[in-house]
Ligand binder design. Structure first.
Ligand code: FEO
Length: 396
């Protein structure tokens, strides 16, 4: 099966409706995902990316029903992670000499994954490959969007940007194009994808978008490697990336906590009361780190101008879910966000102190010393928590 994108460009990928976790268990994919592979059939036949390893046989079999595999002139590997390169060993066992166009870093990555000495042709920024009928593919390396080997390529005349992971969504749909799907679902998945995958590389995103603008290429389609193709106002997602990459924040505060006997939750709820009293316009949200999807919480952090994080002390440290979340937050390198810590304790105040330290290490500006409660919060702690929420707002 193939689905036409435009003229002689077709989608020949795989829709993975069952996928619920990605990158191991690091990313929840509650709406599944797609592995988008594209076939250009001009005077030359060009395959752009493949699919995830588990679907290699199915993919190659499908591709063989679409085109005589021996007629594929070139393979483009925009990115070597196995969700895009996973069918190469199966495919190249049938057409072993087919040239693979990719970056130098992709060669290292492909050799590291598969230990094969395929017919690699390395490309640099601005290199062109003629596909015939007056059309060229222009290569645009995009290092760190989101791996060193990542690359875009652009098909002239049809004005298609093949952006690989950038501008993607883990969002399965049979509808193929952005204008055909539920817009709120698409928006949710696009920002979740940015927050959890691209956010650490925001500086590179900004630079690449500036470069794209300078290239002045007309773009009618953005074919990402996950989710739907942007064809209706395709630059809307580029504009969103430019916003998300540039100190993004909404008028939101997110309060994240874990709790054993509801003491730390009580502090959280009263901090929220204080925030509400201080400024009713702030969209303040509360998430229990242990019972909510960690990737959804990360998305909420991207939207926030400030966060508060709390845990009771357990085993001289903090609770598991908050500890894991803080490690994720550190790696995702949020910038321009303020924070503070809180928590209950029976032995010592280590949990809130550790959260305070870890938030600073993660690049947050901690604007208040932690608020803590010795055992369950009493009326005094509740009053102080409300005041704490008000103070927090006054310092933003
Ligand atoms: Fe979709 Fe970086 O792989």
């Amino acid at each position: 099966m193939k689905k036409q994108v435009i003229n002689n460009v077709s989608w020949v990928g795989k829709n993975d409706w069952e996928l619920r976790q990605f990158h191991g268990y690091e990313y929840s994919t509650n709406r599944g995902s797609t592995y988008n592979s594209f076939l250009i059939q001009e005077e030359k036949n060009v395959l752009i990316d493949t699919v995830f390893v588990p679907f290699a046989k199915e993919y190659v079999s499908n591709l063989a029903s679409v085109i005589d595999l021996k007629k594929i002139d070139y393979i483009i590997v925009n990115h070597a992670e196995p969700d895009h390169s996973g069918a190469l060993p199966e495919l190249l066992s049938l057409i072993p000499d087919t040239p693979i166009y990719c970056t130098e870093n992709a060669v290292k990555s492909l050799k590291g994954h598969y230990y094969k000495d395929w017919n690699f042709v390395t490309v640099k920024a601005g290199d062109k490959l003629s596909v015939g009928n007056g059309k060229d593919l222009i290569f645009i390396p995009a290092p760190m969007l989101h791996w060193p080997d990542s690359m875009f390529c652009y098909l002239t005349e049809d004005n298609v940007l093949f952006s690989n992971d950038a501008f993607g969504q883990h969002f399965c749909s049979e509808l193929l194009f952005n204008d055909l799907v539920d817009q709120s679902e698409l928006a949710e998945e696009a920002i979740k994808y940015y927050a959890n995958i691209l956010n650490p590389f925001s500086k590179f995103v900004t630079k690449k978008i500036d470069e794209l603008i300078k290239l002045n290429l007309p773009i009618d389609y953005i074919c990402t490697s996950h989710g739907v193709i942007w064809r209706d106002n395709p630059l809307q997602i580029v504009k969103k990336y430019a916003e998300w990459a540039n100190n993004y924040q909404e008028n939101q505060i997110t309060v994240i906590y874990d709790t054993m006997y509801n003491g730390t939750r009580t502090i959280a709820e009263n901090i929220v009361r204080g925030i509400n009293i201080a400024d009713k316009s702030i969209n303040v949200k509360m998430y229990n780190a242990a019972t909510n999807d960690k990737n959804d919480i990360i998305t909420e952090i991207l939207k926030s101008k400030a966060i508060l994080m709390g845990s009771p002390t357990v085993n001289n440290g903090l609770m598991y879910a908050t500890a894991g979340l803080l490690e994720l937050i550190k790696g995702l390198k949020f910038i321009n966000k303020k924070a503070a810590a809180f928590g209950c304790y029976g032995w010592n105040e280590l949990a809130s102190k550790k959260i305070d330290t870890l938030l600073r290490e993660a690049g947050f500006e901690v604007i208040l010393e932690p608020i803590t409660s010795y055992w369950e919060p009493d009326a005094d702690v509740i009053d102080k928590s409300i005041e704490y929420g008000k103070n927090f707002v006054s310092l933003l």
